[in-house]
Design a protein around this ligand. Structure first.
Ligand SMILES: Cc1cc2nc3c(=O)[nH]c(=O)nc-3n(C[C@H](O)[C@H](O)[C@H](O)COP(=O)(O)OP(=O)(O)OC[C@H]3O[C@@H](n4cnc5c(N)ncnc54)[C@H](O)[C@@H]3O)c2cc1C
Length: 400
């Protein structure tokens, strides 16, 4: 049987769930093809202020905020041991009149809260199948599911992650580059309080970032070279915990590891266009960036909010949500944000990896300026938390 919808979201990760809730919450008849359950995700996400506001507006945040820890202070410490080292930089949310820069939450709690909210919305049909075939014609997209069923819609929102089938079906290519780095992710228990402070040690092989979770727990994203990552991965828990404690300079006291671990090769994958032929891309289907500066999903949530806003408006005014004009407006809304964030993260990462003395000097100077020049530091903090150029309605607390 073929079911027909105004819009279909493919992919039940956090970006897809947000897009589906935004659309269906605005009464747009929507299906979410969430995919079959895949392995556990032990990552955490530091949700910046705009993302938290959007999740509040969509009635998601109320369900998971107890599992999130505020981030009130961010420290960057140069641990490169190089000749030209940067001073320690400390950013305090109170300096820009915020209670916190954002909230760190385990993805599994965030996705559970989103799934609970999705189940409540009458205009949203949840389909726990994989999309296996996507056929695009001039006025509709037909999607075959792996149970033999099918769905048609005027617009497909591709939230199906890094190896997006929908992106391939729309003929959108990606530009990719890899770094000689691997990110290891852990959830830690520790004996000392984190005091709502995240600490990012900048090491020559990549950042080592501790971000608070509720209680005496923190998440760690440990970026290092692939050989070091392989050696660390092979260590028994006790030895690995001792090594992490050493690299954290014991600031959190004694460390124990929780069972789940993640391993991610560091790369950038950017779609050459964010939409074409009745398909728009959101989240990692559109952009994969290294986990530096907590930007990835925050970008993905802004994608979801932007397309939600455009489709809700088209629905109210009786326009085709998959029309070329709507897709062009989506590209306009999202291009600058995606390009600027990808470049900023790339530059920061390269400046760490580079042995080129002038680049190290420039990085040190940049961080020194941030530490000592108040207006510059405050402007950087405001832009990091809420980019001036990209604040869809949901990020401003306005319902669709
Ligand atoms: C180590 C690490 C730390 C990070 N930390 C942060 C952070 O602090 N802040 C931040 O903002 N971002 C962070 N990120 C980025 C963030 O985790 C990702 O941007 C985010 O998880 C991507 O969400 P998504 O919904 O786009 O994709 P995914 O979570 O990959 O979801 C894609 C979904 O699509 C489904 N799917 C795939 N194919 C199909 C199909 N054919 N049919 C149906 N469904 C399908 C999959 O099952 C999956 O559920 C981090 C990333 C890493 C690697």
């Amino acid at each position: 049987m073929t079911r027909s919808f105004e819009a279909v979201v493919v992919g039940g990760g956090p970006a897809g769930l947000t897009a589906a809730i935004a659309l269906a919450g605005a009464q747009v008849p929507t299906a979410l093809i969430a995919g079959r359950p895949r392995g556990a995700d032990n990552r955490t996400t530091l949700l910046l202020k705009g993302s938290v506001t959007a999740l509040e507006t969509l009635a998601i945040w109320q369900r998971c905020r107890a599992q999130a820890a505020p981030l009130r202070v961010m420290r960057i410490i140069d641990d490169t041991g190089r000749l030209l080292r940067a001073p320690e930089v400390r950013f305090e949310a109170a300096e820009i009149d915020l209670e916190a820069f954002g909230y760190n939450i385990e993805n599994l709690h965030l996705v559970a809260a989103m799934a609970e909210r999705a189940r409540e919305i009458a205009a949203l049909e949840l389909i726990t199948q994989d999309a296996v075939d996507i056929a695009i014609s001039s006025d509709v997209v037909a999607i075959n599911l792996d149970d033999g069923g099918s769905v048609v819609a005027k617009l497909v929102i591709a939230a199906d992650g890094r190896r997006s089938r929908c992106r391939a079906a729309a003929g959108i290519e990606t530009e990719d580059w890899a770094y000689p780095q691997t990110a290891l992710t852990f959830t830690l228990r520790h004996s000392r309080e984190h005091h709502d402070i995240s600490t990012e040690f900048h090491r020559a092989s990549g950042p080592f970032t501790l971000v608070p979770l509720p209680g005496l727990r923190s998440s760690l994203v440990f970026v290092t070279d692939p050989a070091d990552a392989a050696r660390l991965e092979a260590l028994p828990d006790g030895e690995l915990a001792a090594e992490i404690e050493r690299r954290a300079h014991s600031i959190l006291g004694k460390i124990e590891l929780e069972p789940e671990r993640g391993v991610f090769a560091l790369r950038v994958e950017r779609a050459r266009s964010l939409g074409a032929r009745r398909v728009v891309l959101v989240g990692e289907a559109a952009h994969v960036i290294p986990p530096i500066g907590a930007q990835g999903l925050n970008l993905g949530l802004r994608d979801a909010a932007a397309i939600g806003e455009l489709v809700a408006q088209a629905h109210r005014t009786g326009h085709d949500p998959g029309a070329d004009e709507l897709i062009s407006r989506y590209l306009e809304m999202r291009r600058a944000d995606v390009v600027s964030r990808t470049l900023a993260v790339d530059l920061l990462n390269r400046s760490l990896l580079s042995d080129f003395l002038p680049l190290q000097g420039a990085r040190g100077l940049g961080l020194a300026l941030l530490q000592h020049v108040g207006p510059l530091r405050r402007a950087a903090m405001r832009e990091g938390v809420a980019p001036a150029a990209a604040q869809p309605r949901l990020m401003r607390g306005q319902a669709l």
